[in-house]
Ligand binder design. Sequence first.
Ligand SMILES: [Zn+2]
Length: 383
Amino acid sequence: MKASFRLGRVMGIEIGIHVSWLIIFALLTWSLAAAYYPQLYPGWGSLTYWTLGVLSSLLLFASVLAHELGHSWVAIRRGIPVKSITLFIFGGAANITKEAETPSSELFMAVSGPAVSFALALIFWLVYFLTQGTSEVIGAMALYLAQINAILGAFNLVPGFPLDGGRVLRAVLWGMTKNFRQATRIASVTGQGFAYFLIFGGIATAFIVGWLGGLWLAFIGWFLATAAKASYRQMVVSEILRGASVREIMSSDFKSIEPNVSLQQALDDYMMPFSQRALSVSQWGRLLGLITLTDIKKTPRQLWSSTPVSEVMTRTDELKTVSRDDDLNTVLQYLQSQDLNQLPVMQAGELVGMVTRSDLIRYLQLRQEIDVRATAKGADKQD
Ligand SMILES: [Zn+2]
């Protein structure tokens, strides 16, 4: 997620805030200070209401972060690295680098977030209870935070993927059937069902009962429906790519050129006729770098015939490369995170091939077609 800024590090995990969160923060503070607290506790000064509004929003933010850290802590303990946590519009997302390997890891990772929320609800409720009779202001805020954390925990336990409850459902089904893909499919269909229930239910209550909060529910539902579909598709792709290695799709008939060849020549004599987006640049058998269509396009067109490729190529030491035995998930990750179109395949310091975005897409399409046929024949019974 690019539209976010960094806040710092906790347990080695980078914490960031998505810009949308700032809007929510402002809206929440305003609605707490101008409506929620004044309605429930009339007669306090406006400074008190606004202080409460800001503090409650900040503590809610900290609560959401604690929920995500709960997930991350279990993930790390189970040997799954967590890169970052981004807090955005409806809470947070921990960037857990890979899927859990066993149903029990999945289960514990999923449950830990809501567990933290419920624990916080209990703590805030205790604060509320203990400040009864001493400070009404602190009590008011503690009660609000107890309620919101309880709601946060409960909402996340709804059994629809990608919510935590959906992950719990998936872990249980996965453990029972030993079929990860089928478990994800069921959990994500349940998630979509719940999402559509929120959308239609929300719109209906907004129009029939006239409760505008219904539109919020519909919005959350729409968000969930999109997330459920996307995470299912992502799972299918990563399942397909998991078992395959670079050597299956790489091409070894890439063209190589000398460093003093001009950009125009590289285009006319090598890229266009052989429809290659990238060429390796080497001299006396030594690889110097890679020149791609994207590199060429960055140079003004009138300079193409006077600029040698060595000037705009990406040098070997700056190149992101893969090896023949890397799995295709790694390739996908590199291509996506660095926004690349191809990766050179290196073996013992030598360039042995090239793997491109279109190779990867072609492979995915082919495999999906084969898998659909296999499933239709009932051959996919045991994962
Ligand atoms: Zn969670």
